[in-house]
Design a protein around this ligand. Structure first.
Ligand code: ATP
Length: 627
């Protein structure tokens, strides 16, 4: 840091603030903020950074900053964001800050045309430039390329993924309807796999890897979508402000009277799987008027519709039907999909009660008879089979004279409720698998030379109540981060060394220990979990104890005192929930990763793969900084 020059010093709420160093202590600096003359504060030396000469100037690429540190980088992105330049490079990584409104002409046909064949850096940073670079690399190197889109919920991953797909199909498509089909598949996937959460009205609750395939002339010939980790818990339960998957509401709001009758539909608050969350529809002032009062929940009638410029349940239902037709689904297939969706809703309304007999089992409540009938009819099941499957479990005798005999053991009410919910989750997730499979059949290809893949998966998640799903998502993100570490930091540094470049070693947080904790053979959490699963009487307590014993004092593991533990759950299926509230894994943060990346990218060579990094935590920090 140079004398008499402003510095960035930490600010408790704003991230960083500009100030002058007025005194240097043993470990701390005394800072006088530029906008509060006479007021000073102490800041740790390691958290004070030199500022650029002109803090209002911005650069397209963070690597062009004179001083590369967390504060200059944040400031550069902030200044750009305020001018609607939402994209910034870090070499060939792209940072995107979600503008939450349509920036005029940013993605239009002229913009698409202008990025075609242009090297990175010749035009302002853009997601189209990354897509074009991937295409050119694929063409020149004859190697398939991948674009990783990473960031927290609501950061804009899915929107940017869609821009990449649109760019590639528009610019390098064959001009046939296959290009349109690839783009049209999105509304269908989003209807079944997206939901309103507290952070994002259109949150993808599944991860996907979309491949755009090219022939030997490098023209688009087809696509393929692989999907991961659909959030199943949402099918049966959502928090107050969240909703189930869009399709449920779209069907209730948009189905014709005839379809509504066929599917025995009603307003969302009549279904258990919808009524515990938010039951309002997304609608504009006009479309709200078109939805019949009888289809609206009491909450919707009282408070009004949910508002989002991109979402409208009734209109989206009609758009989805058009998209289904465009990608080749006929009316029968369409109706079959809707029948399963409605069947799941009716399944959730089935109730049980104790029989009062000595067997201790339960029966279906009389009032559920009609619901059972609808559900069985919609799902194509025999009513009695469904009733028996929900109220009993099958046991095979393994010893004695009657070895292999099937015995039906009656379930208690709570067990039957669990069986019902498990069936609903399985049916819906199989339906989602089917939707993806059907979408894939819509853009088939005979041969393909190479592909460009776009990975769009949920970023790190940490809620007040975390379930097994958060555990899996975070584990996946740790693996992704390790890939970054290996691919970008470690390999690049090895290359520098090999080539004798005198570049200082860049230290980064290695998360191998975190990954080992989860996946190591025998002692990893997943193996311990499998082991617990095999016990005749698995329990939360025993599992938690096993993890604690095997990983005493592990840096990544926080163990709550046992007396505090919610060991009330009697059934095995739920033990993970209590386990997760007992042990919290300290995950490596995306910000750590970014700092690692930014630390080295001033010197880095271009890697083969293009990478987009979108960080929401980073955006939150920025937001504070901006206010
Ligand atoms: N480039 C953009 N321009 C305008 N609005 C945007 C842009 N990117 C995102 N948005 C807005 O932000 C919302 C959230 O974006 P998106 O669904 O892509 O986030 P995400 O990172 O995929 O979140 P999740 O992980 O929850 O699926 C979008 O519905 C849209 O309203």
């Amino acid at each position: 840091m140079e004398d008499e020059k402003p510095v960035w010093a930490p600010h408790p709420t704003d991230g960083f603030q500009l100030g002058m160093i007025v005194d240097i202590g043993a470990d701390a600096l005394t800072i006088e903020p530029l906008n509060q003359k006479g007021k000073t504060f102490l800041a740790p030396m390691s958290q004070v950074f030199p500022a650029e000469d002109d803090v209002n100037k911005h650069v397209d690429d963070n690597c062009s900053l004179m001083y590369l540190n967390e504060a200059t980088l944040l400031n550069n992105v902030r200044v750009r964001y305020n001018k609607d330049h939402i994209y910034t490079y870090v070499a060939n990584i792209l940072i995107a800050v979600n503008p939450y409104y349509d920036i005029p002409k940013l993605y239009g046909p002229d913009a698409i045309k202008s990025y075609q064949g242009k090297s990175l850096g010749t035009l302002p940073p853009h997601v189209y430039a990354i897509a074009d670079k991937a295409y050119r690399d694929m063409k020149v190197l004859k190697i398939s390329q991948s674009i990783i889109v990473s960031g927290e919920s609501g950061a804009g991953k899915t929107e940017n993924t869609k821009f990449v797909l649109r760019y590639l199909t528009t610019t390098y498509g064959s001009g046939q309807d296959i290009d349109e089909r690839i783009v049209e598949a999105n509304p269908l996937l989003e209807a079944f796999g997206n939901a309103k959460t507290v952070r994002n009205n259109n949150s993808s609750r599944f991860g996907k890897f979309v491949e755009i395939h090219f022939n030997d002339k490098n023209a688009v010939v087809g696509g393929f979508v692989s999907h991961y980790l659909l959030e199943k818990s949402r099918i049966c339960m959502q928090s107050n402000d969240e909703r189930n998957y869009h399709i449920f509401y779209r069907l209730c709001a948009g189905a014709s009277e005839e379809l509504k009758k066929t599917l025995h539909l009603n307003s969302p608050d009549n279904f258990r799987y919808l009524s515990r969350g938010c039951t309002r529809y997304f609608a504009s002032k006009d479309s709200d008027k078109q939805i019949l009062q009888s289809r609206k929940s009491a909450e919707h009638v009282k408070v009004g519709s949910l508002k989002d410029p991109l979402l409208d349940d009734q209109g989206d239902f009609n758009r989805m039907c058009v998209a289904m037709k465009k990608i080749g689904l006929n009316d029968t297939e369409k109706l079959d999909l809707f029948r399963v969706v409605a069947g799941v809703l009716h399944l959730g309304n089935i109730d049980f009660e104790e029989t009062g007999s000595s067997s201790g089992g339960c029966i279906m409540k009389n009032q559920s008879d009609q619901t059972l009938k609808c559900c069985a009819e919609l799902l194509g099941l025999d009513q009695d089979d469904l009733r028996v499957s929900l109220t009993t479990r099958v046991m095979l005798t393994t010893a004695g004279g009657a070895k292999g005999t099937v015995i039906k053991v009656p379930l208690k009410v709570e067990q039957a409720n669990n069986a019902r919910d498990a069936l609903a989750k399985t049916v819906y997730s199989r339906l989602f698998d089917h939707v993806v499979k059907r979408v894939n059949q819509c853009f088939p290809f005979q041969t393909s030379s190479n592909f460009i893949g776009v990975l769009d998966i949920a970023g790190f998640e940490y809620f007040e109540h975390n379930s097994f799903e958060q555990f899996c998502i975070n584990y996946c993100n740790e693996k992704l981060q390790q890939f970054f570490n290996e691919r970008i930091l470690k390999e690049e540094q090895e290359l520098y060394q090999k080539e004798g470049l005198g570049v200082n070693e860049v230290h980064y947080v290695d998360n191998q220990d975190c990954i080992d904790l989860v996946e190591a053979k025998l002692v990893g959490i997943l193996d311990i979990l499998d082991e617990e699963n095999r016990l005749p009487q698995p329990s939360d307590q025993h599992f938690t104890l096993a993890v604690q014993t095997k990983h005493k004092d592990h840096f990544r593991l926080t163990v709550r005192p046992l007396g505090y533990a919610p060991f009330l759950f009697g059934f095995f299926h739920s033990f993970l929930f209590s386990f997760l509230s007992l042990l919290s894994l300290r995950i490596s943060s995306t910000v750590d990763l970014l700092c690692g990346l930014f630390g080295v990218f001033g010197n880095i060579l271009l890697p083969v793969h293009s990478v987009i990094v979108i960080t929401h935590s980073f955006c939150c920090l920025l937001q504070q900084f901006f206010d």
